[in-house]
Design a protein around this ligand. Structure first.
Ligand SMILES: Cc1cc2nc3c(=O)[nH]c(=O)nc-3n(C[C@H](O)[C@H](O)[C@H](O)COP(=O)(O)O)c2cc1C
Length: 324
């Protein structure tokens, strides 16, 4: 399939794997790129420029196809070494960066200077327009359904994507709730040039996470996610578990007086415990409503091949059947 996104990124299929903390390691990124999509290594999971350089080199050993690196900009008392991480990306010859979390304007000149395409992930039309104005090459439009941080506007993709299509000139991919060929065709119909998936890619053979994580997503329905950290205006969509319910009780009890320290036990340092150790009640971890559409654990190649075959059948048979 050819879209503005496949052309821009030099990939076969318009399917991107979004950055995922403690999930987006070289194994998953390489598997997605080898299957014709765009795999993305999560920069902050590596933490230091040296470790990121190492991970990029590992990924390059596993694929000769293009892959990207996610840089998430979060408010932090001790910010990561972003200039060092960017230098590791440049030195590693990576040609695509997915930015998220905050306006990437300050890092664009150096990325552009090295011919790196920047896809900014954002959750509103105004932020997408801002990304376009500052010179991002594409945006990933993340609807309210998404796993991770859906922002504070709560606009689902059936509205957000056509709104983005009406306003943007640069290409965009649909993110949040994407799982199969139906999602891809719907995203294309609403104006996107492809899809970005997070949660769906966790339940694949190659995703380097504990089997308990995959089983938890397989067991979950679309009703099993919760929004946490709303009072801190740092909303995250997570899979429910006892610590998430405890966190929500604290939020209800403390209201707007809540501080990060009040919930640190449920949200700080959780990812390695969940993703690596399989300790499913260690705290809150991101998961999309799309869990309700995930019923199998294919290889990444099988997943992407099935998405593309299903999309083609829907377009050629079901949709064209309506008008012929
Ligand atoms: C476990 C998990 C961790 C994530 N970590 C990050 C991250 O570190 N940085 C980021 O930009 N997005 C992160 N995301 C968001 C994904 O890149 C993607 O935008 C989102 O999952 C799309 O929604 P979906 O899960 O419905 O496919 C994460 C998502 C999940 C499920």
């Amino acid at each position: 399939m050819k879209t503005r996104i496949t052309e821009m990124l030099g990939i076969q299929h318009p399917v991107i794997q979004g950055g995922m903390h403690h999930v987006g390691f070289a194994e998953l990124a390489a598997a997605v790129s080898n299957a014709g999509g765009l795999g993305i290594i999560t920069g902050l999971t590596q933490g230091t420029p040296e470790k990121l350089a190492n991970e990029i080199a590992r990924c390059r050993e596993m694929t000769d196809k293009p892959f990207g690196v996610n840089l998430t900009f979060l408010p932090s008392l001790t910010p990561p070494d972003y200039p060092g991480l960017i230098q590791a990306i440049i030195d590693g010859g990576v040609k695509v960066v997915e930015t998220a979390g905050n306006n990437p304007a300050q890092w664009l000149p150096i990325l552009k200077q090295h011919n790196i395409k920047v896809i900014h992930k954002c959750t509103s039309v105004r932020h997408a327009l801002k990304a376009e104005a500052i010179g991002c090459d594409a945006v990933s439009v993340d609807g309210f359904e998404c796993g991770g941080h859906p922002g504070e506007d709560d606009v689902p993709n059936f509205i957000l994507l056509p709104r983005a299509a009406d306003e943007l000139t640069i290409p965009f991919v649909a993110s949040g709730g994407m799982a199969d060929g139906r999602s891809l065709v719907a995203a294309l119909a609403l104006g996107a040039e492809g899809i970005n998936m997070g949660t769906r890619f966790i339940v694949t053979k190659e995703a380097p996470v504990h089997e308990n994580v995959k089983q938890a997503i397989l067991a979950a329905s679309e009703l099993d996610t919760r929004l946490v950290m709303r009072p801190l205006r740092n909303t995250e969509r997570v899979l429910t578990n006892p610590s998430v319910e405890r966190l929500l009780q604290k939020e209800a009890a403390l209201g707007n007086d809540i501080k990060f320290d009040d919930i640190a036990a449920e949200v700080a340092g959780v990812y390695p415990k969940v993703m690596h150790n399989g300790d499913m009640d260690a705290g809150a971890w991101s998961c999309g409503m799309v869990a309700g559409l995930i019923h199998d654990q294919p290889t990444v190649q099988q997943l992407i091949d099935t998405i593309m075959a299903e999309a083609k059948t829907i377009i050629q048979q079901r949709l064209s059947g309506f008008i012929n």
